[in-house]
Design a protein around this ligand. Structure first.
Ligand SMILES: Cc1ncc(COP(=O)(O)O)c(C=O)c1O
Length: 394
């Protein structure tokens, strides 16, 4: 074996704990609530087939040519038009998925050792994206509505050790499914403004509400103090890798330079196809069908948990949108150990520990309800309850 010397940062990179788990659990016969994928039933195949043809016939050469780093003007305009605050398309940077937005933000804001704040728990993929910059990620105490303002203020730090950014997911958070209330959003925005900390608002799930639209984004409340990230992955299809950043003009140029260095631009063809699909209000017709489908599955999972978990000392969140639900096991029960017992009984979930930046709560787990049918949900939650009982007995 060659013994090449790799960069120090390479030692810190790791593959997502979830992907490792999925390798073990994505087996025939296992009811998997572990994945983070949207339902393929939600992909508008016909609309894409027509859009691909239209793009190739009308703009084929341009769709196959290099294009600008900032992104397709028609797509940036369409995004500015659907966001619920006044956004100049010049502030929108199209990214290769919102995952790339995390990478670019990390490169622009973080040095080795920089302090950054995240919710407890937070999106694992964000921790992964920021890790190569070697920051110190600090979890802020959080309740059902997200970060607690008092702890946020306490954790910000001062001087050279002051946090460079705070990363938050106000809507139907991955992994907990929780949503920040209107009052908490306002309080966080005001505190961040007072302390001069940029808020990174990640919102891939915001359109997937079931009963009512969530409160206004943080960025709408203070556009100069927030970098907002959006994505077409959950409302159209993730394989296109189309996401975007809305950034204050003060950092827009740096983010664009970081993107130019990373990949020059997001594929021209994909951008044109998305712009073609969403013109004429397609999302207004399509997204309600996804909401309706996921709501049925959310309801089935809540009903199954109510039925199966009684007396087991287990609690869970009641998401009002998105794809995930978070379960808290009895104190001292380890979700990683429980996973083996659950897989033996034919179901899989993701243990919660990897979603924490610091001290992990090992008695938590994430369930996704969007790629399983109500019948599979009933069977899977019954299997989970049986696995939990086996741990109680052990
Ligand atoms: C909270 C959050 N942010 C960002 C992403 C990345 O999404 P994409 O790169 O597909 O836009 C995901 C994907 O699951 C996510 O859950």
């Amino acid at each position: 074996m060659t013994t090449w010397t790799l960069a120090e940062r390479a030692a810190k990179m790791n593959s997502s704990a979830i992907r490792e788990i999925l390798k073990l659990t994505d087996r025939p016969g296992i009811i998997s609530m572990a994945g983070g994928l949207p339902s393929p039933k939600a992909f508008p195949l016909e609309a894409f087939t027509a859009a691909c043809q239209a793009v190739m016939q009308r703009d084929g050469a341009a769709a196959l040519q290099y294009s600008t780093t900032e992104g397709l003007p028609a797509l940036r305009q369409a995004i500015a038009d659907f966001l619920p605050w006044n956004v100049d398309p010049e502030q929108i940077l199209i990214t290769t998925g919102s995952q790339q937005a995390l990478d670019l933000i990390g490169k622009v804001f973080l040095d080795k050792g920089s302090r950054m704040l995240v919710e407890k728990p937070t999106y694992l993929g964000a921790l992964q994206a920021f890790t190569p910059m070697e920051p110190v990620a600090v979890g802020v105490d959080s309740d059902d509505e997200g970060m607690l303002i008092e702890d946020f203020a306490k954790q910000v730090g001062t001087g050279a050790g002051k946090a460079r950014l705070a990363y938050v997911l106000p809507n139907f958070q991955n992994p907990t499914g929780r949503t920040m209330s209107d009052a908490r959003r306002q309080a966080l925005v005001e505190k961040a403004r007072e302390l001069n900390i940029p808020l990174i608002e990640d919102n891939p799930y915001g359109d997937l509400w079931y009963e009512e639209q969530p409160p206004l984004p943080l960025a709408a409340r203070n556009p100069e103090g927030v970098i907002y990230m959006g994505s077409f992955s959950k409302v159209l299809a993730p394989g296109l890798r189309i996401g975007f950043i809305v950034a204050p003009k003060s950092v827009y140029g740096k983010l664009t330079q970081a993107k130019q260095a990373a990949d020059l631009h997001t594929p021209s063809f994909n951008q044109r196809v998305v712009a073609e699909v969403i013109k004429d209000g397609f999302l207004d017709r399509h997204v309600p069908t996804i909401r309706a489908m996921y709501k049925v599955q959310r309801d089935a999972m809540l009903a199954a948990l109510e039925r199966e978990m009684s007396g087991l000392n287990v609690s869970w969140t009641r998401p009002v949108g998105g794809m995930f639900l978070w379960v808290r096991l009895p104190q001292g029960m380890d979700a990683q150990t429980l996973l083996a017992a659950a897989v033996e009984r034919g179901m899989a979930f993701v243990p919660g520990a990897p979603f924490f930046a610091g001290d992990a709560q090992g008695n938590t787990l994430r369930l996704s309800y969007v790629t399983v049918t109500p019948e599979q949900i009933d069977k899977g939650i019954a299997a989970l309850a049986s696995a939990i009982r086996s741990q109680h007995a052990a």
